[in-house]
Design a protein around this ligand. Sequence first.
Ligand SMILES: NC(=O)c1ccc[n+]([C@@H]2O[C@H](COP(=O)([O-])OP(=O)(O)OC[C@H]3O[C@@H](n4cnc5c(N)ncnc54)[C@H](OP(=O)(O)O)[C@@H]3O)[C@@H](O)[C@H]2O)c1
Length: 259
Amino acid sequence: MTSATCARDTAGTLAGQHTVVMGGSSGIGEATATLFAAEGADVVITGRNQDRLDQATRRIAENSAVHGKATAHRMDGADQDDIAAFFAQSGPVDHLVLALSSSAGSGPFAELDLTDLAAGFEGKFWPYLRILQAALPRLRKDGSVTLVTAASAHAAFPGTAGLAAINGALQAMVPPLATELAPLRINAVAPGVIDTPWWDRVPAEQREALFEGLAAGTPVGRVGQAEDIARAIHMFALNGFVTGVVLDCTGGSNLAAGR
Ligand SMILES: NC(=O)c1ccc[n+]([C@@H]2O[C@H](COP(=O)([O-])OP(=O)(O)OC[C@H]3O[C@@H](n4cnc5c(N)ncnc54)[C@H](OP(=O)(O)O)[C@@H]3O)[C@@H](O)[C@H]2O)c1
């Protein structure tokens, strides 16, 4: 190994690296924060609700067995002032993970209320862009940014045209950002169906039946867990030779039509 710039890769661990997980009080963001904290990363999770943040911080400490590495900061990713205030105090950031959720904008296209789709963009697309712009002065040049998008961007499931528009727009930006912002690395993980609190809006019985049906049509025979996506994000943060990639993490559900 000749280049000093490879030191972070060869360390093979995220220990001591400052990571911000936007949307870290639940689901995929929380699992990512837990995995990173378990490896000794210094993690800050954000979300809008202080109670949820406090509970998640406790769970992360318990589940990562590395106490004191995860702290919480309340902020609304849709609020420019909140974002500016966060980065004004954040210090340098090695890894930024964008995992905010919004369910607005889904449903059959013929009935899709376009103001709901606009709310979907306001809930995910614009916050991701605002946060990334505000984070740039704080991000270490050899750090990483991982966008959590969605396989709906190209999965062609009926009823997901709006979600495809939001997530597809984000995914389209990954390759040009990876070259423009280099050597900062920009990647995205596109989850399939993942069993997280995002699905709490669907009544439990209906959700169980839905997941069973989806699992049966998925090559790996199950829906995803938040940890499946966290492991993909971990790879993006750790592997200094990966940039400009949108990685499907779906258990193969997007291939199922060919089975
Ligand atoms: N679960 C799936 O099946 C699935 C599939 C494909 C893609 N995804 C994507 O994966 C990402 C994470 O989803 P998830 O399933 O982990 O959802 P989740 O369990 O609902 O977690 C979402 C997190 O985002 C936070 N959040 C939401 N809006 C926010 C805002 N405006 N500002 C700050 N924080 C905000 C939530 O906390 P507060 O509500 O307290 O703010 C929470 O911490 C989302 O982008 C979602 O679209 C999920």
